[in-house]
Write a protein that binds this ligand. Structure first.
Ligand code: ATP
Length: 498
């Protein structure tokens, strides 16, 4: 009977209101009060629901759905290093038998979007731990002591949540640890120092016998900024590099994100992986997602290779814009891009994937290159070729218009960066030099010597291809796009100039 007290109360209330109305009382004000009360109750309840789903803020951390190592593509080395480290937690008896100091902290370092958060989540699942996450920026406060308090709350909440869920361990993941873990200067940033000190104190308080056991994982892409106290043995003493995926890794990641998507028979993920050189896991996920959006917008049943190709362009260069360029501007941009494309094909045959004359992001046109294979070491000859490809847009403009435009700014930055790499690697006529020995003057001198020489060579290379420029220009102006294969066909058909 007591179980149904709510229903009885509501039924009795309705009966009473009915009776009062029957004997002539005005029950309207009571009904309005009940309506407002119910609305307020509903609003409070739904906020409560949101807070539980999205995670509680400020130091309490977010508890997320767990995922397994199988859902992380590439990163085989990072995964196996991590699993090896986690086995210390999975096999506590062996740890105790050998008297091994417990592993307290694992630091994941690498570029953004490579899967560091995913690895932390998978680590929690592998060790059957509760997962609690927070970002370094959540601990940043103007007031001294607040950040430190939030660190305390984070660890307390991890322990409580693990105990409540009946787990023996908890993984506390702190993303962007560099925000609170930067080198302490003991002066201006007292608040940051206190937050970091609190984190160190919490780490020192972790013991093997403790239950639930806490494992701290943190991620950063600026390891060199971290305070040495964080990196010393007994703190974050396992460092795992999570790098950009290679071709095989990219294909694996694309495969993972294609699992729930209908792909057309013309899609070869290995080709997409080849075209998305230098992409992170997050960018590859975005490629798959954008391709699906393109296919849906075109009311297709499946995602085709061209959708994926446009998605790569979008992720690399930004969304297509409707910037209206004049005919002269379009022509100049086309000549500039064709300069890049022709040089690229001459220096590295087969490397052009698309030449496009459609505005995307900041660019009015672009050439997408397709690296034949991932490469980690570069020779001086290779790098000079890259500089020539970068300079060739400006070189083409000079050949056809006798002048350059502002369109080459980014190209020159790229060329200068390569010169810097060459100087620092001892690949120039300066021989092996220490960066600190280089004055601004010596930088300017070596850059202009190298860039002038390569600009002349590029112009020489392009001068014999006027016919090709003009034919490809016509196509680009009408069709806006030239695939790499079609472009190579045009090159083969070009009459040999005298
Ligand atoms: P940040 O340094 O910016 O915090 P991160 O390295 O922690 O980035 P994640 O948050 O783990 O990156 O990845 C973001 C998203 O990118 C993931 O949700 C996933 O969709 C995708 N992703 C990244 N790396 C991989 C991978 N190796 N395998 C599968 N998906 C990945």
């Amino acid at each position: 009977m007591l179980k149904h007290w709510k229903e009885l109360l509501i039924g009795g209330g309705i009966a009473l209101l009915g009776f009062l109305a029957y004997i002539g009382y005005n029950v309207m004000p009571v009904l309005i009060v009940i309506a407002i009360g119910s609305l307020l109750l509903f609003a409070v309840k739904s906020r409560g629901h949101l807070a539980t789903a999205g995670g509680d803020r400020h130091g309490q951390g977010r508890v997320a759905q767990q995922l397994s190592f199988d859902e992380i593509g590439g990163q085989e080395r990072a995964k196996s290093e991590l699993i090896e480290a986690l086995d210390f937690i999975v096999k506590p008896e062996e740890i105790a038998r050998f008297g091994i100091r417990p592993l307290k902290g694992i630091l994941l370092t690498g570029p953004p979007g490579t899967g560091k958060t995913l690895l932390a989540k998978a680590a929690a699942r592998y060790t059957d731990s509760i997962y609690v996450a927070a970002s370094g920026s959540e601990f940043v406060e103007m007031y001294v002591g607040v950040g430190a308090g939030r660190i305390r709350d984070l660890f307390k909440s991890a322990r409580q949540k693990a105990a409540k869920a009946g787990k023996n361990s908890a993984v506390v993941f702190i993303d962007e640890i560099d925000v609170i873990g930067g080198k302490r200067d003991g002066g201006q940033h007292r608040e940051y120092d206190q937050t970091l000190n609190q984190l160190l104190t919490e780490m020192d308080g972790i013991h093997t016998s403790e239950s639930p056991r806490i494992l701290i994982m943190a991620a950063t892409n600026r390891k060199e900024m971290l305070d040495p106290a964080l990196l010393r043995p007994g703190r974050f003493d396992r460092h795992i590099g999570v790098e950009l995926p290679d071709k095989k890794g990219r294909e694996h990641i694309l495969g993972i994100h294609a699992r729930n998507k209908p792909l057309h028979a013309d899609v070869e993920l290995s080709r997409v992986a080849e075209e998305s050189f230098g992409f992170s896991g997050a960018q590859l996920e975005s490629v798959m997602n954008e391709a699906a959006i393109y296919a849906m917008r075109e009311e297709e049943q499946e995602i085709s290779h061209r959708h994926l190709s446009s998605a790569i362009d979008k992720v690399m260069m930004g969304e297509k814009t409707d910037r209206e360029a004049t005919r002269e501007e379009r022509e100049r941009v086309a000549i500039h891009e064709l300069g890049h494309a022709i040089t690229a094909e001459l220096v590295r045959p087969g490397s052009v994937s698309t030449v496009a004359l459609s505005p995307r992001g900041q660019a009015l046109g672009y050439v997408r290159h397709q690296p034949q294979q991932d490469q980690y070491l570069y020779t001086a000859e290779f790098l000079e070729g890259q500089i020539m490809i970068a300079l060739s847009g400006a070189a083409a403009e000079e050949i056809f218009y006798g002048s350059r435009s502002t369109g080459s700014r980014g190209d020159f930055d790229q060329a200068m960066n390569i010169v810097r790499t060459m100087v620092e690697s001892g690949l120039t006529e300066l021989g092996i030099v220490d960066r600190s020995m280089m004055t601004p003057d010596s930088w300017a001198k070596i850059s202009s010597t190298m860039l002038d020489k390569l600009m002349q060579q590029t112009k020489q290379l392009l001068l014999g291809h006027r016919q090709l420029f003009l034919r490809a220009l016509d196509i680009l102006l009408t069709e806006e796009n030239l695939s790499g294969d079609r472009f190579r066909e045009l090159m083969r058909e070009e009459p040999v100039s005298a």
